[in-house]
Design a protein around this ligand. Structure first.
Ligand SMILES: Cc1cc2nc3c(=O)[nH]c(=O)nc-3n(C[C@H](O)[C@H](O)[C@H](O)COP(=O)(O)OP(=O)(O)OC[C@H]3O[C@@H](n4cnc5c(N)ncnc54)[C@H](O)[C@@H]3O)c2cc1C
Length: 546
């Protein structure tokens, strides 16, 4: 039996990046430890909760759907989103690596492990003006991120070299140790007792997630060009994603970059059973709902419609004086279009129940809608507009710290009447950007089944009306610890720090910000795998030279 505090490699973080690396390091016969601040019951990190959507380029699934994708097209799309600066050398390199290796290093790594994807790729983040995914390439894991993580954890536990791994849960790592300018281990405290511990290891892989679970830090790092952050932000990230390891890396001269680049979502509602303070559920906002500001005016002149540019929607809402929004729709629209991001609410996907999925798509997801209406404080319903607006305002006055605006009935009435009147004119005469976008979205079969065909809000047979009060929900850090293509952490002078690696959200998904300003979406869990694999090849002395 090896010394319990001495390892070849110490991995900080038992999320997807850490677990993926652990599997590959066990393959190499190394003695390793996964050290995680969380308890064993939460092993797997955020990916366990994730929907399991991955941007993949030129896959068999795409080809079966007649989609002719290529690394060149994907890279062009990536750059259109990323807005890289000239100086973003490593983020650019990681973007290129990703589009070239997504099939070999991600899709083909998952396939023998029995991971399958929904047969139709979704078309997300098309870009407000085409500056996004020019093709559908968002592949959702059949079973969501939960199935992925249970599969990988099972592999880890039953690995032929499983006696070479130690799991140290409830251990908060605080410092990276160096001796004679070489990495020599880790230091931290037991989460429950506060007592100190130390671990010896010549190689450390930081896979401790991002910073977006610390709302105060999110506010501090907020993109200055956006102005002040909204007063009320919800938390949709990991409770321990507070950047402790980012700081530890910076303390030994590792470079941390682009922390103001974040992938947050605009339609967060308070979780009815929060596991962490201000926990938010992130709605996938219905495209046929009207998106209104805090006073009930429709956002304009370009209306907000999801599926094109998440970053822009967040920016517009964050810059609104009230910093939150409303979506108004009716029951029928909600049944067809409402969804919540993640494994928790997508039970048909998560539990791989095809009949339930078909029922949800064709008859509507009654269970989810009823849950949201009955359990969530930010959802109100009513049979008339007057009653609805009354309830929206009641909700605001009942909240202590949030929802300071007053919804004006006339504003809401005007917005709905104008929109419904457009629909009444018939599609030949539609001259509303939301309707134009809905028409376009419905052309792709992956979206048609989840998008109503020009649905009026005040349609009598579709009542009651529903309103969601929505806040920005903090989710992913797109900046982080800067790494080269071997996932080696770079010092401020650009040289790799021998023995120190970073992967996943901690590394800004590669290079300290491989997505740049905006993501094509689904570039997170997939990059955890790619980052981890590049690290383990390097640790094993066989770096891939792309
Ligand atoms: C609801 C939801 C849905 C999502 N859906 C998608 C999706 O469809 N597609 C996609 O690409 N991405 C998605 N994501 C994002 C994705 O899940 C994460 O970006 C990814 O899983 C991060 O993995 P990671 O291994 O880098 O970090 P994490 O999963 O955050 O794991 C980090 C681990 O490090 C531990 N840790 C932190 N600090 C310390 C410390 N000081 N000492 C010791 N341990 C520490 C934590 O306890 C944690 O276990 C989703 C996220 C959520 C929450």
């Amino acid at each position: 039996m090896h010394d319990k505090s001495k390892f070849d490699v110490a991995i900080v973080g038992g999320g997807l990046a850490g677990i993926c690396a652990a599997i590959e390091l066990l393959d190499q016969g190394l003695k390793i430890a996964i050290i995680d601040r969380d308890s064993e019951s939460n092993f797997g990190g955020l990916a366990m909760k994730s929907l399991g959507g991955m941007t993949l380029v030129n896959t068999p699934v795409q080809r079966l759907n007649g989609i002719h994708d290529s690394p060149e097209i994907a890279l062009r799309d990536w750059h259109a989103c990323a807005h890289f600066a000239e100086t973003d050398h490593w983020p650019r390199q990681w973007a290129e690596l990703y589009v070239n290796r997504s099939v070999d290093d991600i899709y083909n790594w998952l396939k023998p492990r029995g991971i399958r994807f929904f047969p139709i790729p979704h078309w997300v983040e098309r870009g407000e003006y085409g500056d996004g995914n020019s093709l559908p390439r968002y592949h959702i894991i059949w079973g969501t991120g939960q199935h992925l993580m249970l599969t990988l954890i099972n592999e880890l536990k039953h690995h032929a070299n499983s006696s070479n791994i130690e799991y140290l849960f409830d251990h908060k790592v605080e410092h990276i140790l160096t001796t004679n300018q070489k990495i020599s281990g880790l230091q931290g405290r037991f989460e429950k007792t506060g007592l100190a511990f130390e671990i010896e290891a010549p190689v450390v892989l930081v896979a401790s997630g991002g910073i977006n679970g610390d709302i105060d830090r999110v506010k501090r790092e907020w993109d200055k060009s956006w102005g002040k952050p909204p007063q009320h932000l919800l938390n949709g990230a990991h409770k321990f994603a507070d950047g402790t390891l980012h700081d530890a890396v910076a303390k030994i001269d590792g470079k941390v970059t682009h922390l103001h680049h974040m992938w947050n979502y605009a339609a967060g509602i308070h979780h009815p059973q929060p596991g962490i303070p201000k926990e938010g559920l992130s709605l996938i906002p219905p495209k046929s709902a009207l998106w209104l500001d805090a006073t009930g005016k429709r956002f304009g002149p370009h209306p907000l419609v999801t599926g094109f540019d998440t970053h822009l929607i967040c920016k517009r809402i964050a810059q609104d004086p009230y910093g939150y929004s409303w979506q108004v729709l009716n029951w029928k629209i909600a049944l067809k279009e409402i969804a919540v991001s993640g494994a928790e609410s997508n039970t048909a996907f998560r539990d791989r129940r095809i009949m339930q999925l078909a029922r949800d798509i064709f008859l509507g997801n009654h269970k989810l809608l009823e849950y949201l209406v009955n359990e969530c404080e930010d959802v109100v319903t009513a049979d008339s507009l007057e009653e609805l607006v009354g309830k929206m305002n009641e909700l605001n006055s009942a909240s202590q710290t949030v929802g300071k605006g007053t919804v004006d009935l006339e504003n809401v009435k005007q917005a709905i009447q104008r929109y419904d009147a457009q629909i009444d004119l018939g599609k030949e005469f539609h001259n509303d950007d939301q309707l134009r976008r809905i028409a376009q979205v419905r052309q792709w079969r992956g979206d048609r089944s989840r998008t109503c065909k020009f649905a009026k809000i005040m349609e009598k047979k579709s009542l009651p009306l529903v309103a969601f009060r929505e806040f920005i929900v903090s989710r992913k850090s797109m900046g982080g610890i800067q790494t080269d293509l071997e996932s080696r952490v770079l010092a401020n002078n650009g040289q790799a720090i021998p023995g120190l690696y970073a992967a996943g959200e901690a590394a800004g998904f590669g290079g300290g910000g491989s997505n740049g300003l905006k993501s094509l979406e689904g570039t997170f869990i997939s990059n955890c795998i790619l980052n981890a694999r590049m690290a383990t090849r390097s640790i094993g002395g066989q770096p891939l030279n792309p």
